[in-house]
Design a protein around this ligand. Structure first.
Ligand code: PGA
Length: 261
């Protein structure tokens, strides 16, 4: 059984005060309750090492929000995959729509990052998703497949094995307007079928995560059909008490669903 993965994407938020309170409470209130969920924290780069010290002897892992395409050299301001590995990072988010939009990242650079992460033994979380305009033009599946295909063109299907694909419709991120479960199901099953046509076992080994305005009140809807293997949570991960309630609720619902089937 795949454990459900909840990734807290803090984006450009957090400071020592927030971390000390947040991580201690998370450790105290949920770490030992988790049987069906795995938790990962994605803070800004500068706090990764500090947070890792708190996470020793817990089941909680560390996620980086980005990585450079170079391993070392004259690339001022960048962070390499070897450095992330060195400080204990497990997952790396790439292709987030905010990076595509504000930092000119494209499918080509994202595909290089994906391959680099995988080849260095870390797990890429590839964010894909359509804009509102593309959705209106019924281009969602086409856009998502293009975002994946670019990686396959630069490597082969094995590169996708045991990785994470986060379907994050751009219009749903931070907007308070999440996608509905039928839409999510349609997209994820389409992608899964596409990958299965290339290699069925690899399609099974991929984690399909949803992100876009997931919160305590709406998470039940996403869990019931058992299509999604995790959440990428932005805004709702920034209020400690709410985030703890969200994780507890997910754990409870998943345990009920599993014991029922
Ligand atoms: P949100 O962000 O939960 O605030 O919509 C999700 C994300 O960008 O990963």
């Amino acid at each position: 059984m795949k454990k459900f993965l909840i990734i807290a994407n803090w984006k450009l938020n957090g400071n020592y005060k927030f971390i000390n309170k947040n991580i201690n409470l998370i450790k105290k209130k949920i770490d030992n309750l988790l049987n069906y969920c795995n938790l990962s924290i994605a803070p800004p780069f500068v706090y990764l090492s500090y947070i890792n010290n708190f996470l020793k002897n817990t089941s909680i892992s560390l996620t980086a929000q980005n990585v450079d395409i170079h391993i070392k050299g004259s690339f001022t301001g960048e962070i390499s995959i070897k450095m992330l590995k060195d400080i204990g990072v497990k997952y790396v988010i790439i292709g987030h729509s905010e990076r595509r939009l504000y930092h000119n990242e494209n499918n080509n650079s994202i595909s290089k990052k994906f391959i680099l992460i995988k080849n260095n033994g870390l797990i890429p979380i590839l964010c894909i998703g359509e804009t509102e305009k593309q959705k209106k033009q019924n281009e969602t599946e086409k856009i998502c497949i293009q975002q994946i295909d670019n990686i396959l063109e630069n490597s082969n299907i094995n590169i996708l094995n045991k990785t994470i694909i986060a379907y994050e419709p751009i219009w749903a991120i931070g907007s308070g307007k999440s996608a509905n479960m039928n839409e999510i199901q349609k997209v994820i099953l389409y992608i899964k079928k596409y990958i299965a046509s290339l290699n069925p076992q690899i399609a099974e080994n991929i984690y399909f995560v949803y992100g876009g305005s997931v919160n305590y009140s709406n998470l039940d809807i996403f869990l019931k059909k058992k299509i999604i293997n995790g959440f990428l949570v932005g805004k709702a991960s920034l209020t400690t008490e709410n985030f703890i309630s969200l994780v507890k609720k997910a754990e409870k619902i998943i345990s009920l669903l599993n014991n029922r089937s």
